[in-house]
Design a protein around this ligand. Structure first.
Ligand SMILES: [Zn+2]
Length: 54
């Protein structure tokens, strides 16, 4: 089991409980709600950049 941070709203998401995910630049992002995924899919670079730095 692993938790991921929803890049849109910052919530913790359990990857075994959600089917909402997107892959961007070889990284998989998980979302708490369809609305978050939709926002990410519209502007992935905007949200993905906030998690970069590693
Ligand atoms: Zn969310």
């Amino acid at each position: 089991m692993a938790t991921h941070t929803d890049p849109v709203c910052g919530m913790k998401v359990d990857d075994q409980k959600t089917t909402l995910k997107s892959t961007y630049q070889d990284t998989t992002y998980y979302f708490c709600a369809q609305g978050c995924k939709t926002k990410f899919d519209e502007k992935p670079q905007q949200f993905a950049s906030q998690q970069a730095g590693r």
